[in-house]
Write a protein that binds this ligand. Structure first.
Ligand code: AMP
Ligand code: DBH
Length: 553
């Protein structure tokens, strides 16, 4: 009998007393993803689960998804992939994403969720660090051939024995060829065990991995479903990249499948792709990052498509401005739900019946009555009610530590297990959270997180660069963009801004991590104790951006 959470030598689990409490309270239902899909398929085999409009258009029923997951699970087992093995999954919004992750869930192998934008440097790290046994890719997507990337990574990472391709496999193995007649799974995962590793946006040199259990994640799904009104009649449009924690779980595709609802996959989130899908499929709910929510709001005014089925638009991943939030209901005719979440756990929503003022001015309140929220000063002392400070949290679906990161965990969590979110927030009298800023060294580029240190390390590798500091700069569309302040080596030949960007891109990084702007300086402003003052750099670039904008008017 297991009485704790994620019992694994790789990641700190929930202490026994907390695990017991979360079970007794009914948050942890003792379900796994594998069973969950089986039960839905038995209850309503012919109901449509996944709509993938790409290509000839596919509609998989719950029965079909269940069978496909079983067949792929058997094929993976036959290839020697089993419980606890890591499998890096880098798929766009295609039906196979669900076939693959449910097959892995069933055998207890752990998907490592990469984003389609990730390139050589990130994928090499995920595969090497997790000692991945397999890597799952599309053939070509958005003009990029993932098979070539896989060939390179496979040559470099000795544990990586299998590359599975959704589509034309080239020198690798087609997913369709990797299936077998369903078998009984010898050592199926238990609810308290790990289900997958999610990525953190992070603030450190290399991205950290987030270990989530079946029990804790499934709670975040049904908790979200209740708050967002998702039931078996819902139709969820997945417009953001499916692997991201927001569209995966808030309430996302997995929440929708938990409810027995229908998931519609949008290959791209732009209105020209999404609006026809909303009309054709009767989409009731979807989630967007703030820049896309703005684009949709504007496009809705002149679209010929009928969007009247849409009841709820979730917006999160980055701060949604009050002005933009106010425009959602008039433009799209649906209820806005702000969502402030993190792959590490805690998710907050404004409620559907909150007053409009609360919906447009706050980022919501936690899913669970047992989500513990502390707002503290720099010394970890609790602040008086209503004051702005660092958000710490602990609860039934928030991790107690990153995967294989004891050193980092020692500072990322308090001694009693609170996660330091790095967000600076305050609480309203109604208990709603308002995000006021950020203490972590990260740039939030319209929901895509960029860890300053990661980019700084890459730029420092340039032979002409002596020092670098990456900071955010304000941007009307994305909220923030990245600006790299560079000090060149004495006597180095001049380097152009474009050359620095090219250098970063050629190191094989996701495009969203390439600095938007590069400024050359001879020294950095310093803080009192002689560290680089990023605060001053942010103020300087913000002033420059404002002056340039003023000059245009
Ligand atoms: P990650 O830890 O990579 O999953 O990113 C989660 C982070 O995204 C949070 O800690 C916040 O910094 C940011 N974030 C997510 N949603 C919001 C929101 N609605 N408003 C402001 N920041 C947000
Ligand atoms: O930004 C995030 O990581 C995020 C935003 C909204 C998230 O993980 C979530 C909801 O679950």
């Amino acid at each position: 009998m297991h009485d704790t959470g994620a019992e694994t030598p790789d990641a700190p689990g929930y202490p026994a007393e907390f695990a017991e409490r979360y079970r007794a309270a009914g948050y942890w239902r003792g379900e796994t993803f594998g069973q969950m899909l089986r039960e839905r398929a038995q209850a309503h085999p012919d109901r449509v689960a996944i709509v993938d409009p790409a290509g000839e258009g596919r509609r998989w029923t719950y029965g079909e998804l269940d069978l496909r997951a079983d067949r792929l699970a058997a094929g993976l087992l036959a290839r020697g992939i089993g419980k606890g093995d890591r499998v890096v999954v880098q798929l766009p919004n295609v039906a196979e994403f669900f076939e693959v992750v449910f097959a892995l869930f069933r055998i207890g192998a752990l998907p490592v969720f990469a984003l389609p934008a990730h390139r050589e440097t990130e994928i090499r790290h995920f595969c090497a660090f997790t000692e991945a046994a397999a890597y799952v890719i599309p053939d070509v997507s958005e003009g990029y051939d993932y098979r070539e990337l896989a060939t390179k990574i496979r040559a470099e990472v000795p544990t990586l024995k299998h590359v599975l391709v959704a589509g034309e496999p080239g020198e690798h193995t087609a997913l369709a060829e990797a299936t077998a007649e369903p078998v009984a799974v010898p050592d199926a995962p238990a609810p308290h065990e790990l289900a997958f590793l999610q990525l953190s946006g992070g603030s450190t040199g290399v991205p950290k991995l987030i270990p989530r259990t079946h029990d804790d994640y499934i709670y975040s799904l049904w908790g979200s479903n209740e708050i967002c009104g998702v039931d078996e009649d819902s139709v969820y449009l997945c417009a953001l990249p499916a692997a991201h924690n927001f569209p995966l779980s808030s309430p996302g595709t997995l929440g929708a499948l938990y409810a027995g609802a229908r998931v519609v996959l949008a290959p791209r989130p732009s209105p020209d792709v999404a609006f026809p899908l909303i009309e054709a499929e009767g989409v009731t709910i979807t989630g967007l990052v703030p820049p896309l929510a703005l684009v949709w709001t504007e496009a809705a005014a002149q679209t010929p498509h009928d969007l009247s089925s849409l009841q709820v638009l979730l917006v999160g991943g980055a701060k949604f401005s009050e002005e933009a939030a106010r425009r959602v209901r008039p433009a799209l005719g649906c209820t806005l739900q702000q969502v402030f979440g993190m792959a590490e756990g805690l998710v907050n929503y404004t409620r559907l019946d909150d007053p409009e003022e609360t919906i447009v001015t706050t980022q919501g309140r936690p899913i669970s009555p047992d989500d513990e929220i502390r707002i503290v000063d720099d010394e970890d002392d609790d602040l008086p009610a209503g004051e702005t400070g660092h958000l710490l949290t602990r609860g039934p679906y928030t991790i107690r530590g990153y995967w294989r990161a004891p050193g980092h965990n020692a500072t990322a969590f308090t001694a009693d297990g609170f996660y330091r979110t790095g967000d600076v927030v305050r609480l309203t009298e109604t208990g709603h959270i308002v995000v006021e800023g950020r203490a972590k060294d990260q740039i939030n580029r319209g929901g895509e997180k960029v860890a300053a240190e990661e980019i700084e390390n890459h730029i420092l590798a340039h032979p002409a660069v002596h020092d670098v500091a990456v900071v955010s700069m304000p941007d009307a569309y994305l909220g923030e963009r990245t600006c790299a302040y560079v000090v060149l080596r004495e006597g180095a030949a001049p380097v152009k801004s474009l050359a620095v960007k090219k250098f970063v891109r050629e190191r094989g990084l996701a495009a969203f991590k390439v600095p938007d702007r590069v400024e050359f300086v001879t020294e950095f402003p310093q803080t009192g104790i002689g560290k680089v003052s990023k605060k001053d750099l942010r103020a300087a670039i913000a002033a420059q951006v404002a002056a340039a904008a003023a000059a245009q008017h």
